[in-house]
Write a protein that binds this ligand. Structure first.
Ligand SMILES: Cc1cc2nc3c(=O)[nH]c(=O)nc-3n(C[C@H](O)[C@H](O)[C@H](O)COP(=O)(O)OP(=O)(O)OC[C@H]3O[C@@H](n4cnc5c(N)ncnc54)[C@H](O)[C@@H]3O)c2cc1C
Length: 551
């Protein structure tokens, strides 16, 4: 019997079936190519299992629940005593448990806090990219936990104690001292009310005490407040310094982190972001006094990589939803996906999404190899801000277009697109906003000029046979070293990411895809809208089949 729509009317269909129970790995050839091309092909079976689980109808529904039921701050109890706890919906805890169990918070480290061997970064990046397609909010404490290890390395005794809890694959949501827990998560508090980017304006003070330091001040944004400890910047006698601030003091009493309120955010609703006051809170120094930025930047470099991976992931989900719908919806006697103009839009988007995943996986590969290869370390240093800039700034526009592919359905919550759309801008803002990423590229060029030029030369060589590569490399070199480099930086850094994307596609994708990307993004400037690139019908077919097999 045909399914019925309200009040007994027959279901006239022409609606796409739900896009659930999707194998996020097997249905994504660009991801498979990027994984194989960056040394993690041996992980294919495990990634396929991960993709099947995360793409299940159950996980889609849990994501809806986690975001429809945002966290609640319980600052006080009924008698006015401080509680300072945040309650999350069970669906959020489920995502946390699954991500921790899959190693997203730790698998790029060894037990001694040294980097795990390749392809740990690429294999984790592939999982992170798939998880982000389903639920992004919970990935905030996940990314901070794994990244914190890079900063904590400056405090060997501390990290030695914490490491077994960080490496644990058990998620323990209880508010208990970290040493009593099965596993822990870590956050970060840098941004203050008077300045986020310019952390030198931090006013939070740290005074040496008989044990550790006593920290007093505020943070205007501190996400995932139920983490077990935070890396915090504060002004010590010797200057801005990085500290580890646990939720409990060594004597087992609750530490003085007082949450003032939770931010009412555009998106990222499953995740809590707090305003917090430190009232003589206990903290342990990480690294030398006065070297706070240098210490915490090692963490930030990793969270920036994850921002780009997550944005590539949500672009992927938006594209897959759009393509799925267009293949089922008929207008004027044809499937939407066969209407020439819609095909042009989808193919152009598929090309962009394939470039994004190739780019972030190649960057993850650079992190995999950085410890033993100075050229790869230089690549990671120069390209992380450029890739974060381009991918995270691209995602909101991309998702807007994907939403439109579903017509009115795309604007309605059940379609998932509104959540992806609200989620997208935050990756461009936090961990350093767009301009700040461009300034960071300029900093790399001015401080490590020779290494940066070598990276640019390598990218130009890798993309040498692609249209526009040489001219793009020349433009970047000129613009980044010009007298008015800051004014030109967005243009130059955008081109740097595009050149790196072309090189990444050349390395791991089908040759036509790399050629098409370069022809429509390097040899000419791509228009502001998708669907304006010159892509022949056969090439469009290739791109769409790679993006999502039609059977
Ligand atoms: C949801 C959410 C969660 C967050 N969670 C955390 C957290 O857990 N921990 C934490 O520490 N922070 C957190 N943040 C804060 C975030 O990292 C900052 O908002 C961000 O770094 C920007 O800092 P700001 O807001 O002070 O803006 P500002 O520093 O005032 O910057 C405003 C704008 O000016 C631009 N700009 C800055 N300097 C220059 C320059 N020299 N030239 C040109 N342009 C410039 C920036 O790119 C930005 O676009 C969070 C933010 C959000 C939205």
């Amino acid at each position: 019997m045909a399914a019925q729509w309200r009040s007994g009317e027959p279901d006239t269909a022409n609606q796409s079936p739900p896009f659930v129970d999707v194998d996020l790995y097997a249905s994504d050839r660009p991801l498979q190519s990027a994984v194989a091309g960056n040394g993690a092909g041996g992980e294919a079976a495990a990634l396929a299992a991960f993709g099947k689980h995360w793409g299940s109808a159950e996980m889609f529904d849990l994501a809806r629940q986690a975001n429809e039921n945002p966290p609640i701050l319980r600052a006080f109890d009924g008698k006015g005593f401080r509680r300072d706890i945040v309650e999350f919906h069970p669906a959020y805890h489920r995502f946390m448990a699954d991500s921790v169990a899959a190693g997203l918070a730790a698998s790029t480290w060894r037990d001694d806090a040294t980097p795990a061997p390749a392809p740990a970064q690429v294999a984790r990046a592939a999982r992170f990219y798939m998880a982000a397609q389903i639920e992004t909010g919970h990935l905030c404490p996940i990314t901070m936990t794994r990244a914190a290890v890079a900063a904590l390395a400056a405090a060997p005794a501390l990290v030695a104690g914490l490491m077994s809890k960080i490496m644990s694959r058990a998620y323990d949501e209880r508010l208990r001292p970290w040493w009593e827990k099965r596993g822990i998560t870590l956050g970060m508090g840098m941004t203050e009310r008077q300045g986020g980017t310019d952390v030198r304006t931090n006013t939070t003070r740290a005074e040496p005490a008989s044990e550790g330091y006593v920290v007093t001040g505020q943070k205007w944004f501190m996400s995932a407040p139920m983490c077990d400890g935070f890396l915090v910047l504060a002004q010590a006698p010797g200057g801005l310094t990085c500290f580890f601030m646990p939720r409990f003091r060594p004597d087992g009493s609750v530490n003085a982190l007082h949450f003032q309120r939770l931010k009412d955010k555009l998106g990222n609703r499953s995740n809590a972001s707090s305003e917090v006051a430190f009232d003589e809170a206990f903290a342990v120094r990480v690294g030398e006094e006065g070297r706070g930025v240098r210490t915490i930047i090692n963490m930030v470099q990793l969270t920036r990589l994850d921002c780009a991976i997550a944005s590539a992931g949500i672009m992927r989900m938006a594209l897959a939803q759009a393509l799925h719908h267009a293949r089922h919806r008929t207008v004027f006697q044809k499937h939407l996906s066969d209407q020439p103009m819609m095909r042009a839009v989808l193919a152009d988007m598929a090309l962009e999404a394939e470039a994004a995943v190739a780019l972030v996986m190649r960057l993850a590969r650079a992190f995999d190899l950085a410890a033993g290869d100075a050229r790869e370390a230089a690549r990671a240093r120069l390209l992380t801000p450029a890739v974060k800039y381009w991918v995270c700034k691209t995602a909101p526009l991309f998702i807007d277009e994907a939403m439109e592919c579903l017509g009115g359905n795309g604007y309605v919550e059940e379609s998932v697109l509104p959540r992806l759309y609200r989620e997208a801008p935050v990756n461009a803002i936090w961990e350093g906003s767009g301009n700040v990423m461009c300034l960071d590229v300029l900093r790399a060029v001015s401080h490590e000029g020779e290494a940066a030029r070598a990276v640019l030369g390598a990218l130009a060589a890798e993309a040498a046979d692609l249209p526009g590569a040489r001219e793009t490399a020349d433009f970047i070199a000129g613009a980044l070293s010009a007298a008015d480099a800051e004014a030109q930086a967005r243009s130059a850094v955008g081109c740097l990411a595009l050149l790196a994307a072309a090189a990444a596609l050349r390395h791991c994708s089908a040759p036509q895809v790399a050629e098409l990307f370069a022809r429509t993004r390097l040899a000419v400037r791509h228009g502001a809208m998708y669907g304006t690139a010159d892509i022949a019908p056969n090439d469009a077919g290739l791109l769409l089949e790679r993006a999502l097999p039609s059977v």
